[in-house]
Ligand binder design. Structure first.
Ligand SMILES: Cc1cc2nc3c(=O)[nH]c(=O)nc-3n(C[C@H](O)[C@H](O)[C@H](O)COP(=O)(O)O)c2cc1C
Length: 261
């Protein structure tokens, strides 16, 4: 039996071929799994909308999430530059987070106005309306802002008066579990329900340090701190002020409540 002689060239060729085969395998796996990952991400977002809209039941399967979402939730596209509804894209498929990276679909936020530290703002946002007998019951708004370590992606739901919080929730962030990660704690999220966003037309709702004094005239505009996570909590406050302010959804909310959106 002839023995192949080991030479540096042969070793290099074998290594290169092995690298090539492995990288093709990894790329193919990534390509094949991408649609599933995208579908899972979509269902995750839909689930987050259902949770905040109180339409989610524990143990719901992905199919049930899709079903309830499509029967109870109406996604609408809003032009953030004008505050009007838009039909420039299909709100069911428009990827707002992807649009941020597209210079034709987003623009830089001037530094002094970028209070949520998100750098770019998309031209269009997808909002989710929950209606009952043709009347708006809840409006779910997508929001994001930088915490301590990461951009926190979530939703704020407003009641039909468009200024009382119906819920808050996050579907993606990289804050520390047990500290900033407590933004996912249902007990903390419950403290937002019923809080008021606007005072004299300005978004003032904020997470304070310590606990809210229920006797304080500002109590309706304040949410308890998360212990050991002031920096993440400040990020949540900045996120609220940006997205419910003039550069975010305020123009749309004004038009919607005047019936002009
Ligand atoms: C490893 C590590 C992770 C931390 N993660 C967070 C975090 O996710 N969010 C946050 O606000 N603070 C976090 N902190 C704490 C901050 O550095 C800071 O002390 C805290 O925000 C102050 O909050 P307090 O005023 O409630 O104590 C972390 C600290 C350490 C050492």
């Amino acid at each position: 039996m002839s023995k192949l002689k080991e030479t540096p060239t042969r070793t290099l060729v074998v290594t290169l071929v092995l690298c090539l085969v492995c990288s093709i395998a990894v790329s193919a796996a990534a390509l094949i799994l991408r649609p599933t990952q995208q579908e899972n991400a979509l269902v995750d977002r839909q689930r987050a909308v259902l949770v905040i809209a109180e339409l989610w039941q524990p143990g719901m399967s992905s199919d049930e999430v899709r079903e309830v979402f499509s029967s109870r939730v109406t996604p609408r596209l809003v032009d953030l530059r004008t505050g009007d509804y838009s039909d420039a894209f299909d709100p069911h498929t428009f990827d707002q987070n992807k649009a941020v990276a597209d210079s034709a679909l987003s623009s830089m936020i001037p530094e002094d106005r970028d209070i949520a530290s998100i750098r770019r703002l998309e031209h269009y946002a997808v909002v989710y309306q929950i209606e009952q007998n043709g009347e708006l019951e809840r409006l779910v708004l997508p929001v994001r802002g930088y915490g301590l370590w990461s951009t926190m992606y979530g939703f704020v739901a407003l009641q039909s008066d468009l200024e009382t919080v119906a819920g808050i929730g996050f579907y993606q962030h990289g804050e520390t579990p047990g500290l900033g990660g407590e933004i996912d704690n249902p007990n903390w999220q419950a403290k937002w329900v019923g809080k008021k966003v606007y005072q004299d037309g300005e978004p003032v709702l904020r997470v304070i340090k310590g606990s809210v004094n229920p006797q304080s005239p500002q109590a309706d505009y304040q949410v308890d701190a998360i212990a050991g996570a002031t920096l993440t909590a400040n990020g949540v406050t900045h996120m609220i002020h940006f997205w419910l302010g003039e550069d975010g959804f305020a123009p749309f909310l004004k038009k919607l409540s005047a019936g002009e959106a």
